[in-house]
Design a protein around this ligand. Structure first.
Ligand SMILES: *[C@@H]1O[C@H](CO)[C@@H](O)[C@H](O)[C@H]1NC(C)=O
Ligand SMILES: *[C@@H]1O[C@H](CO)[C@@H](O)[C@H](O)[C@H]1NC(C)=O
Ligand SMILES: *[C@@H]1O[C@H](CO)[C@@H](O)[C@H](O)[C@H]1NC(C)=O
Length: 199
């Protein structure tokens, strides 16, 4: 008797589950539909859990050297008619990132990417770059910064939109402040304060 009741209950539970599953109210783990090339993964399989997300804070100095034989920033696009805001210029960079404001201070990585003058009203850059770290356990890890940089503002905030290595799943923001800008040469040293959530 107990066995029969159990079988009836079991079949009802299976029926209920299949109704819920086909209505999308619950998702069956590991089940893939016909065109399913995407699967839901338990974050634990990647060693991730909500509790393990960290907030890292660091400060680096970004050296944009446009003058001299060792320039780290080269102009790759120059519009025919240059306006006062430089609209349309694009520079490719491989800028040193150091711990202190001096270029001779400890190198922690490089900022690789480009910036483009994308404002007709003011000097405003579109920054698109990776901070590629080279120090200690961070060697080989990167964060990706994509944002707007109005260079004459005191503080410019730009999003951190991703990362790799120790910065996988990164999200956050950086604040850029001009440390020195040489108007004669165009060389600049910028302080980047970074706040990054990652695993
Ligand atoms: C360029 O770099 C080389 C090697 O580090 C250095 O010897 C030289 O003085 C630098 N030149 C300039 C103009 O900074
Ligand atoms: C650049 O400016 C000159 C002089 O004002 C003008 O004749 C020319 O058409 C402009 N060229 C472009 C591509 O806008
Ligand atoms: C960083 O990693 C590269 C490639 O694995 C290696 O050649 C280099 O020596 C490392 N640098 C430091 C400072 O550990």
């Amino acid at each position: 008797m107990a066995k029969v009741i159990f079988l009836i209950l079991a079949s009802e539970i299976i029926l209920l589950l299949s109704i819920l599953s086909s209505s999308g109210l619950i998702q069956c783990f590991g089940e893939e539909d016909d065109h399913g090339f995407v699967r839901t993964l338990d974050p634990k399989l990647l060693g991730l859990s909500a509790r393990k997300e960290k907030l890292s804070h660091f400060q680096v100095y970004w050296h944009d050297i446009v003058s001299g034989r060792n320039a780290t920033s080269v102009r790759v696009v120059q519009p025919t008619n240059l306006t006062a805001t430089g609209f349309g210029l694009i520079s490719m960079i491989d800028d040193p990132l150091t711990e202190g404001p001096k270029l001779s201070s400890k190198m922690v990585g490089r900022a690789q990417g480009f910036y483009a003058l994308s404002s007709q009203e003011e000097v405003g850059l579109l920054m698109s770059m990776n901070f590629a770290f080279t120090q200690g356990k961070y060697n080989g890890s990167t964060i990706t910064i994509l944002g707007r940089n109005t260079v004459f503002s005191k503080v410019r905030e730009m999003p951190v939109i991703g990362g790799s290595g120790l910065f996988r799943f990164a999200r956050g923001y950086v604040q850029a402040r001009t440390h020195t800008f040489n108007q004669k040469t165009g060389d600049a040293i910028i302080q980047y304060t970074c706040y990054v959530f990652h695993y």
